[in-house]
Design a protein around this ligand. Structure first.
Ligand code: GLU
Length: 298
């Protein structure tokens, strides 16, 4: 990939979907992945995952970019828009089909049920049409990943999710396919993101192996919860951080990640806070458990 970036060393990324403005949980993922890259003198890329037009919120991409800049989280190289990567996603899809690793399926969401997909269409040899999704044939062999924070995570995909969708009925790549193809293309060496995606990692590892892609490390940061104990998410309209002073947002996110700011730095501008954070950052200080963040202290 010729994007003016180096070809060696650590490369991380932040990959928000433009389904809303950045909330506290997404700032935690952005900041953690940024610090993990910067403390290893690595690069930090920004990829906007805009492959789900119905869930895209107008103006969200711009709001995310402006918010990252306001917080001093400057990325390397050009912003990648996942929507522009369709040719590569189609090539991966076609490879899976050509190698017999995926099959078309006409089960509706209701027919496929809530648990592991039972493989109803696995042997039907359906031809593609406008009602078909494409499912990956998963293996009964347990897939193990070693998360930098959580240690070994083992999943038997036939039991947890079954053959999962890699190409959607709307003719868009499913998240897992797009994310592994693009992480590999970007040369990402470690994926740092929220722990809500921990379960996704063995699924993504399996797909990487099917496609012969490089296998990045994974590191899943603690999730920020709302007062009801649910994950903060753009879909549940978690409060955007854009209305809060940048220093207060960074201070709260650093505290959440186990790096409480020394009181001498209270209210310091983002560049100063981040310089301190870069010198102090250690994954050993990051707590594992999901919890509610402390209220922001402007
Ligand atoms: N686009 C996903 C989200 O906004 C994150 C994907 C990832 O980090 O792998 O939740």
């Amino acid at each position: 990939m010729d994007d003016g970036l180096s070809s060696v060393g650590y490369r991380g990324r932040f990959a928000p979907s433009p389904s809303g403005a950045l909330h506290f949980g997404s700032v935690v993922a952005a900041l953690g992945s940024f610090l993990q890259a910067r403390t290893q003198r690595g690069e930090w890329l920004l990829r906007i995952e805009n492959i789900d037009p119905p869930r895209e919120v107008s103006g969200a991409t711009d709001a995310i970019l402006r918010e990252l800049e306001r917080l001093g989280l400057f990325w390397d190289g050009p912003v990648c828009y996942q929507h522009d990567r369709r040719e590569a996603h189609l090539a991966a899809r076609d490879e899976l089909i050509a190698r017999g690793l995926a099959y078309h399926c006409r089960c509706s969401r209701r027919q496929s049920g809530p648990g592991a997909y039972p493989g109803t269409c696995r042997t039907l040899h359906l031809t593609p049409d406008a009602t078909a999704t494409l499912r990956l044939r998963v293996s009964e062999t347990p897939i193990s990943i070693v998360d930098t924070l959580h240690g070994e995570v083992v999943e038997t995909l036939t039991e947890t999710c079954g053959d999962y969708v890699v190409w959607r009925v709307e003719d868009w790549p499913a998240y897992h396919l797009a994310v592994v193809v693009d992480d590999a293309w970007h040369g990402i060496t470690e994926v740092v993101r929220g722990a809500d995606l921990l379960d996704s990692s063995p699924r993504q590892r399996y797909l990487q192996r099917c496609l012969g892609l490089a296998e990045p490390l994974y590191c899943h940061l603690p999730l920020a919860l709302d007062v009801d104990g649910a994950k903060l998410s753009k879909q549940t309209l978690a409060c955007p951080v854009s209305g809060q002073p940048a220093s207060a947002v960074l201070t709260a996110a650093l505290g959440f990640l186990g790096h409480p700011l020394p009181s001498a730095l209270t209210g310091a501008p983002p560049a100063e806070l981040l310089a301190w954070a870069r010198s102090a950052w250690s994954l050993t200080r990051v707590p594992l458990s999901a919890r509610q963040p402390e209220p922001l202290n402007p």
